[in-house]
Design a binder for this molecule. Structure first.
Ligand SMILES: [Zn+2]
Ligand SMILES: [Zn+2]
Length: 248
C-alpha cells in the first residue's frame, strides 16, 4: 500500500483571478417586488468549501472532512443576485418557490381561485340534474374526494357528501360535466410499427385494402371491448339536486 500523502494546499487569489471584473459594475433592472440579495450582495455568487476527506488518511475521523476544494458557485439564496419579496408580508420568497407561504398570500390565492371558479361557472352552459346518466354519463367535482373526483350518479355523490360533511358545511351548487375519451386503435400505426424491423419501406407492401380490413376489425373490436375514460369539462355545469339528498 502506498504511503498516505497529504494533499497540497494552494491558495487562489480571487482578486487576481477576477482582476478584469473588479472594476466593472453589474446592472440590475428591478421590479417592485425585487431586491438585491443580501447574502451575495447582488453578485449572484458565493464561496463554498466543498469539503472532503481521504479514506487512507491516518488522522481520519468519521464524519470529519478536513480538506477543501473551495470554489465560487451560484448563490443559493437568489437567482442572478436578485431576490423576490412577498407583497403581503414583506419577507423574501424562498428561491425556487413561486409564491409565499404566509397567511395573507394564501388567502389571496384562495380568493383568486374562487374568482376563477365563479367566472368559469358563469361562462359554463348550465344543465339540470337529470343530464347525469343521460347526456353526461359521468360528472366531476372537487368536493367528491373519491375516484379522483369522478362519479356516475347522484347517490354516490350524496353518500360521499353525507359521510364527510355536516349540515352546516357550505354546499356547492354545481358540479362539472365531462367529456368522453374513447380508446383508439389505428391500423396504419400498428402496421408501421410491425414493419419497423422487416426491410426498408416494408409498410408500403401492405395494400390499402388490407389496411382497411384491419381497421374494420379494430372498429368492431373497440365497439365491443373498447374502454372509455372521462375528463372534466368546465364548459358544462350540472346543478346538484340537493332536494333529492335523502339525508335531508
Ligand atoms: Zn444571492
Ligand atoms: Zn408573504
Amino acid at each position: 500500500m502506498s504511503e498516505f500523502k497529504k494533499p497540497t494546499r494552494v491558495q487562489i487569489s480571487i482578486n487576481k483571478a477576477f482582476k478584469e471584473l473588479l472594476n466593472r459594475d453589474l446592472v440590475k433592472d428591478l421590479h417592485d417586488n425585487e431586491e438585491i440579495c443580501p447574502i451575495c450582495g447582488g453578485t449572484g455568487l458565493e464561496i463554498i468549501n466543498n469539503p472532503y476527506g481521504l479514506s487512507d488518511d491516518p488522522n481520519k475521523i468519521a464524519g470529519v472532512f478536513p480538506y477543501k476544494h473551495m470554489s465560487i458557485t451560484f448563490c443559493r439564496n437568489c437567482y442572478n443576485g436578485v431576490i423576490r419579496i412577498c407583497p403581503d408580508c414583506g419577507q423574501q420568497i424562498p428561491r425556487g418557490f413561486l409564491e409565499c407561504s404566509c397567511e395573507a398570500a394564501r388567502q389571496k390565492r384562495e380568493e383568486k381561485k374562487l374568482e376563477i371558479y365563479l367566472e368559469k361557472l358563469h361562462n359554463a352552459e348550465h344543465h339540470s340534474p337529470s343530464v347525469l346518466g343521460a347526456e353526461f354519463k359521468c360528472a366531476y367535482s372537487d368536493d367528491y374526494d373519491k375516484n379522483e373526483g369522478y362519479f356516475f350518479n347522484w347517490e354516490d355523490f350524496f353518500d360521499y357528501w353525507n359521510n364527510n360533511h355536516t349540515s352546516t358545511d357550505e354546499r356547492p351548487e354545481y358540479v362539472w360535466g365531462t367529456q368522453e375519451i374513447h380508446m383508439r386503435l389505428n391500423a396504419n400505426d400498428v402496421i408501421d410499427k410491425a414493419c419497423e424491423d422487416l426491410y426498408e419501406e416494408a409498410e408500403y407492401d401492405i395494400s390499402d385494402n388490407a389496411r382497411e380490413e384491419m381497421q374494420t376489425y379494430f372498429n368492431k373490436w373497440l365497439s365491443k371491448n373498447g374502454l372509455t375514460a372521462y375528463t372534466y369539462d368546465d364548459s358544462h355545469a350540472i346543478r346538484i339536486p340537493w332536494e333529492e339528498n335523502e339525508n335531508e
